[in-house]
Ligand binder design. Sequence first.
Ligand code: 13P
Ligand code: SF4
Length: 327
Amino acid sequence: MNVDKGYVDIPVPEGIDLRAEIIRLKRERDAVIMAHYYQRQEIQELADHIGDSLALAQLAAKTTASVIVLCGVHFMGETAKILCPDKTVIVPDINAGCSLADSCPADEFARFVADHPDHTVVSYVNTSAAVKALTDVVVTSGNARQIVESLPEDAKIIFGPDRNLGNYISATTGRDMLLWDGACHVHEQFSLSRLLELKRQYPDAKVLVHPECPKPVRMIADKIGSTQALLNYAVSDDANEFIVATESGILFEMQRRCPEKTFIPAPPEDGTCACNECNFMKLITLEKLYNSLVYMAPEIEVDSETARLAVRPINRMLEISHNLGLI
Ligand code: 13P
Ligand code: SF4
């Protein structure tokens, strides 16, 4: 199948019931559909599992299906393929990249690591397989603090690629951390002044902030946490209104779980948008998901040597997370 454009570029047959066809094809292919919380609502509705980066990695490691269709971004597909080399892993549009992963090219990171040979390399899961292959332990926003705390107290740590998450973890753990200077273009865009404006409008609202956001935004948070942690907080907290400073896709699950509460998306600094969307996550559409199941493409491949090196820090993350009761 020609996937030169990064997805199957064939019009879907007219008049078909896309949702019903996706469910039929999924069964026929013995496929499981996993979706990140930042996916479009219609994709989340169809998925067998929705979750944050940590949950998706754990689900991929455990699945018995023959095919994983990962509705998320490229590095998530790579992580699934590294954990399940014998399975077919599909991301319906492989143009779904990640500005944070792109801010850390493997050759530059390799030089950085080589320049600091006595450091433990901790990498956020939002990295290419090649960067993971240079890493001692992978983390997600759901376990970064606990994993850093599990390292020996005198460990010197390289943390990449997110400077905001790194800065937050370094401040909360007090650990000596050398940070890579990368960021996510979505979380970096939240502005303190626009958040404060919203806070004046909704004085009783609690502010939920992802740790990929810059420090001034984190400073006014009632809760800082991974996408899953923010969702859990919204479900269990007594407040009725929440201002949410992370990608707006999570509002769908928050609203579904708490229909009586109000969720207000935090806006980005620029423009007139009321919410902040990841353009990469939103590349996955029902049409592309349908075509990916019909043509079993585009498949994610990771070369065997990179996968052999990258699987160790990912498994180490899953093992520590399991031992700490985080998954
Ligand atoms: P989590 O899924 O770990 O919250 O990370 C957020 C993110 O930006 C995913 O790309
Ligand atoms: Fe990457 Fe940011 Fe999009 Fe997550 S939200 S996939 S970190 S660009």
